[in-house]
Design a protein around this ligand. Sequence first.
Ligand code: UDP
Ligand code: MG
Length: 334
Amino acid sequence: MPATETQRQPEAATNEIAISVIVPIFNELRNIPTLHERLKQTLDSDHRLSEIIYVDDGSSDGSLELLSDLCRSSERVKVLQLSRNWGQHAAVLAGFAAARGAVVATLDADLQTPPEEIPKLVDKLEEGFDVVGGWREDRHDPWPRRLASKIINRATSAAVGIEMRDYGCMLRVYSRDIIDQIIACGERSLFIPALANTLARRSVEIPIRHAKRIAGESKYKPMRLLRLAFDLLTGFSLLPIQLVSLAGTFVSLAGVGFGAFLFLRRIIVGPEVEGVFTLFAILFVFLGILILAVGLVGEYIGRIYMEVRRHPTYVVAAVHGEDPQRPGLMRSSG
Ligand code: UDP
Ligand code: MG
């Protein structure tokens, strides 16, 4: 039917782009020329249509101006300008919303993870994965940073329930499906690799090369890293607050035990000095109850928080009986 034909046209047009590459940019002026050159060459070697989306995350060093120049000279380049510095993950999310590719890749601007690895990740994705992450096998970062990453990585693996060696690596590729689901979550600030893995049916990581930062410095000072870690921990599980509740229960039980001990001691040995320790026992019981109460309140707030952030409880992977001509509509049996 011609009517259906025209209806389907816009969708066909959006599917034309095979690969979208998203690069968050925060004061990376000195890296941009090399980055763009290498990225362009990599994408040109793949003959499918691609787009590059640079997301300027409130740079103040002239990165934005340079990017908009690139944008003017090339059709495939798009630049999103964020109103201020929203953080790397927020910038990547903004890129996701604008990306039209069937496969979406993310890449850091500092060339620590080489753009030349993208085709390798895309090939892996096409074997039937939803998410392919890079794993920086031979990492060139200072050791305190590597140690911090190790700890965060363990915590993330536990919270997400999928063991990965390198959640921090932002050279990753995602299927269109996962990108749509991430957008539908309506998330604000979060750790994209972890969210993607909670949504993915099949995810995998493959080793990639890693280099020292060529120019500029890391935007992750210790405090920033710590905040990302907290965001991660409270964003993906209620475990921390549950541990507080658990600690409260133990303190309370210890208080009761101590009280019982003092009671027996009083019967067998006689009263202790002025009943000071009895006071301690009672104090412990109440203190424990207090901590528990704080933990419980925290738990409820945590749940409300989860609700407000609208994490999906489940995702419908397929709808059977759908009219193939008009996706989203149920086929009538007439
Ligand atoms: N970035 C960003 N906004 C920020 C911090 C970083 O867009 O607030 C970008 C930055 O320009 C780079 C990427 O995120 O492209 C990774 O940053 P960086 O190399 O400093 O992180 P590291 O390699 O130290 O983890
Ligand atoms: Mg870096």
